[in-house]
Write a protein that binds this ligand. Structure first.
Ligand code: WT7
Length: 662
């Protein structure tokens, strides 16, 4: 064990253990907790629910009900997220900053919202929503940037029991329309625009057509960038106008723990995105516990998560987690490279940030273009660093650890998903061990396993989550219970949750469990810059181009983004490959899905390898792009096409591709 001053020391090749100092400060430092929690999981969660959350009633009917694959937690218990994030801190933290907002333009002042401000603003916003006809159980869609009003609006929805359904601003208006349609949502909250890389990105003016198409009743617009958008009489309202004169008081709705807290759309393996349903109570408990234990979050801490509100990380840790504990969350509006690549380090120094949470893709970009820049800043207030969204490679890990953390801070490599609501698996700051590239073990008392395709435990295979589960898991797919069963609870029966990821049980151990390394998705989902995208949605968008007959999308490795969408496109007879056509395809993807899905590579091909039944064998396409062994090519009915493909993609892998003459 190491305790050389405040520096962490490697124990043996590549493993780091917490210093004595970290162990003393951390909320949990004894690995016995893993065993204890498993002995009585219900009691564990009951105790956490009571300790971390305020409830309006004494008790619930039952801690957990399980009717596989459906769960209920704390049903009968009444609570409210907005109450837990705001009201309960009012008495002793009225003047304490809840949200510190850093606008992108450097000459613009920071905005600080104290708990007192938040209390007032959230109630007003809740009354604005009511005035616009929003009621408990209504879905309210957001296409909102990282500005304080987004936090206020989300908390206002929670206050009255409306469900926010937040769509990332780098998704297209068409993507917003589809999600509004699926959720039956007839109100959108957006902004006129926001700043990104020094320019105003317009939102309202871009969304008008989609609003018409979906037949939206109301659109509430926050003025952020003086973009002077077009407004439709009767439908569109500026927040400032409606807020004027509304009452400043609105009591939080006493919601059942099992009421829906929010919807969040995420890509599935097939078809259109699905609306993941999260509950009020279970989600709150999981958000609260993981925030506290994983980040060792103390109430005086300043937390900086770079995750946009459009993703689950933005929900749970940029917004709710720090506020549940009466802490301070730092919101940054813009891009990490504006005005230069020092922006994040400068923000950390100036605001004395204690925990920093980001994605490996951003770190790789910062390493590539400015690996020594953190040296210029005093980052000594940092105590815990977090990574999320994709595996962090050991080189990036080392750089993060040394350059950003000064060799003092544990890196919590947090593995979880939109569906799990909160972090599921990581090494904990006071316990470790920390192994670059290895995520860790599940939070107590959750169990994981690695299974082969027959359901037998193995060292490398499918990552599954097993009983006892955590209360924050999704409650279903909105209006689609079959999809819920099919995606998560069918591969290994209805009692084992299939994550879709591949993992490896490593030799390292803590609390009687082996640390898990996450390899990546086993299915057709892409993780582009840490953002989950469905190949099906991108394929549909490409297919809309007249010249395209067929297309297969797979991930191509990328040194910064992890992977980018690569398109294998077959054209209709008579159509010719051209740069123009490539542009047309890119345009269609950006229009239908959004800039986030912009293709990284477009190959025009004659044929794709297919099974006898005509299904494209993506495994071959991926191996070609990754310069890997292809294996037995005769599993394709048309193996000869692989030669042409290998040439097109510039395959330099180890395997010769023979002529099959068939
Ligand atoms: C997928 C979930 C969890 C919030 C961000 C993404 C991948 C997530 C890690 C990690 C390796 C990771 C998985 C997972 N992933 N965290 N620490 N190491 N992979 O949420 O969009 O729902 O995507 O992200 O593949 O299944 P999401």
């Amino acid at each position: 064990m190491s305790d050389e001053g405040t520096k962490w020391v490697k124990e043996k090749d590549g493993i780091y253990w917490p210093t004595e100092k970290m162990k003393e400060k951390a909320f949990v430092s004894d690995p016995e907790i893993y065993k204890e929690a498993k002995e009585n999981p219900k009691k564990f969660w009951e105790q956490k629910a009571k300790e971390l959350i305020d409830w309006f009633v004494e008790d619930w009917d039952e801690i957990q009900k399980w009717d596989p694959p459906f769960f209920k937690w704390f049903e009968g218990g009444k609570t409210n997220l907005s109450y837990n994030c705001v009201d309960r801190h009012i008495e002793d933290k009225k003047n304490k900053p809840a949200i510190v907002w850093e606008p992108e333009p450097v000459d613009e002042e920071q905005r600080i919202l104290t708990y007192g401000d938040l209390h007032e603003e959230v109630q007003k916003f809740a009354n604005v929503l009511k005035e616009l006809g929003v009621e408990k159980g209504d879905a309210v869609t957001f296409w909102m940037p990282m500005i304080p009003e987004t936090a206020i609006a989300a908390l206002a929805c929670q206050r009255i029991g409306a469900w926010h359904s937040i769509v990332y601003t780098a998704f297209s208006p068409e993507a917003v329309r589809k999600r509004m349609d699926d959720a039956g949502s007839d109100i959108l909250i957006t902004a006129d625009g926001f700043y990104r890389r020094g320019k105003v990105v317009e939102l309202k003016d871009n969304i008008n057509e989609a609003l018409d198409k979906v037949g939206a009743d109301k659109c509430l617009v926050v003025n952020r960038a003086d973009a002077d958008p077009e407004m439709v009489d009767g439908r569109d309202h500026f927040l400032e106008d409606v807020k004027d004169g509304v009452e400043a008081s609105c009591e939080p709705e006493e919601l059942d723990a099992e009421d829906i807290g929010f919807l969040l759309y995420t890509s599935g393996t097939t078809g259109k995105p699905k609306g993941v349903k999260h509950s009020v109570g279970g989600y709150l408990v999981q958000a609260a516990l993981t925030m506290k234990w994983v980040f060792d979050f103390h109430e005086d801490d300043m937390f900086f998560s770079t995750a946009d509100i459009g993703w689950i990380t933005g929900h749970t840790y940029t917004l709710y987690g720090p506020l549940i504990h009466g802490g301070t969350t730092l919101w940054y509006e813009g891009s990490p490279d504006h005005p230069n690549l020092e922006r994040w380090w400068e923000i950390i120094e100036e605001n004395e940030v204690n925990q920093f949470y980001t994605a490996p893709t951003a770190l790789r970009m910062l390493i590539k273009h400015g690996k020594d820049l953190p040296d210029k800043y005093d980052l000594s207030t940092l105590r815990v660093l977090g990574s999320v969204g994709e595996p962090i490679d050991p080189e990036t890990w080392q750089w993060y650890f040394e350059k950003v953390g000064g060799g003092r801070c544990p890196i919590v490599d947090t593995y979880w998903q939109t569906e799990t609501g909160g972090i599921l698996l990581t090494s904990l700051p006071g316990m470790g061990p920390f192994v670059p590239g290895v995520a860790g073990v599940p939070l107590p008392p959750v169990n994981y396993d690695i299974l082969d395709k027959d359901g037998e435990p193995v060292d490398k295979g499918a990552v599954v989550i097993k009983k006892p589960f955590s209360p924050g898991m999704l409650r279903g797919v909105y209006k689609n219970p079959d999809k819920y069963k099919e995606e998560y609870w069918s591969r290994y029966g209805d009692r084992i949750y299939f994550s879709g990821d591949e993992g490896i049980k490593t030799e390292y151990e803590v609390g009687g469990q082996r640390l898990l390394k996450i390899v990546g998705r086993m299915d057709d989902l892409l993780e582009v810059a840490g953002h989950r995208l469905g190949t099906a949605e991108i394929e549909d968008a490409v297919q809309m181009v007249d010249e395209v007959a067929e297309v297969a999308v797979v991930g191509k490795p990328h040194d910064v983004k992890g992977e980018v969408p690569a398109l294998f496109t077959i054209l209709v007879d008579g159509a010719e490959p051209s740069e123009e056509l490539k542009k047309k395809i890119v345009k269609s993807v950006r229009q239908e899905v959004g800039p986030v899905a912009t293709p990284g590579e477009i190959f025009f091909v004659e044929e794709c390898p297919e099974t006898e039944s005509g299904k494209v064998i993506r495994r071959f396409l991926r191996s070609l792009l990754e310069d890997e062994e292809l294996g037995d090519m005769r599993t394709a009915k048309n193996p000869d096409c692989l030669r042409d493909l290998a040439e097109k993609v510039g395959y330099e892998g180890p395997q010769d591709i023979p002529d099959y003459n068939c």
